[in-house]
Design a binder for this molecule. Structure first.
Ligand code: FES
Length: 209
């Protein structure tokens, strides 16, 4: 919930309580997926990025596919207008959700390239790698390998290795904190680290993208 809604709830609990009751009852006959899709559309209509980031995962959880969400946005074009739909898709792609990855650049068009020596990886400990002018974090957790761009999604500064502590990575510039297993931002901001497709082969880490 936004700070403004929190404030209004505190200052006008009767009026705001009635408002939330109205919203709840108004959707009584809608199935969860339809209600979630409509909520996504309302967030796009209001152009609230935080609201969209909050309701998009709810729509996915309610069973909507990425294509259904895109269809819902396009279907609402008469109300939303094209520029709000493009804005929404930008927000959605920035969220880096696996369900929407097929909407980004075609990964098969990008060749695999070597990132570095896999023997440097230690269980549940972030390793910093450089490749050309880009930097990355790699984490091995059991059989799972996760690689992220070391660029902070806030203002694109490279997060130095001093920011890595166990499974957490903290950007020293404005203290956004990330969970290295999921890449999600766990405090400070709304955007996740950019996940890079990666695999292990012949003792090396290979990445694409
Ligand atoms: S640049 Fe990383 S938190 Fe601002």
């Amino acid at each position: 919930m936004s700070k403004a809604l929190d404030y209004l709830l505190q200052k006008r609990p009767d009026a705001m309580g009635a408002y939330f009751t109205f919203l709840k009852q108004a959707g009584t006959h809608l199935d969860k997926k339809t209600a979630a899709l409509i909520s996504v559309i309302t967030k796009v209509h209001a152009k609230t990025a935080n609201g969209l980031r909050q309701y998009l995962p709810r729509a996915l959880k309610a069973g909507a596919s990425a294509d259904e969400i895109i269809d819902a946005l396009l279907f609402a074009m008469p109300a939303l207008g094209f520029s709000k739909i493009v804005w929404a898709v930008d927000v959605i792609l920035e969220m880096n959700l696996p369900e929407f990855q097929h909407l980004g650049a075609a990964p098969q068009a990008v060749a695999w390239r070597e990132l570095g020596d896999a023997s440097l990886l230690k269980e549940d400990e972030a390793q910093f790698y450089k490749s050309g002018s880009s930097a990355y974090y790699a984490l091995q957790s059991g059989a799972e390998l996760s690689v992220y761009s070391a660029e902070c999604p806030h203002q694109k500064n490279v997060i130095p290795l001093t920011g890595a502590h166990g499974l957490e990575l903290t950007c020293p510039f404005h203290e956004w904190k990330f969970d290295l297993k999921s890449g999600q931002c766990i405090s400070g901001g709304p955007k996740p680290l950019r996940r890079i497709e990666a695999r292990l082969d012949a003792g090396k880490i290979w990445i694409r993208g």
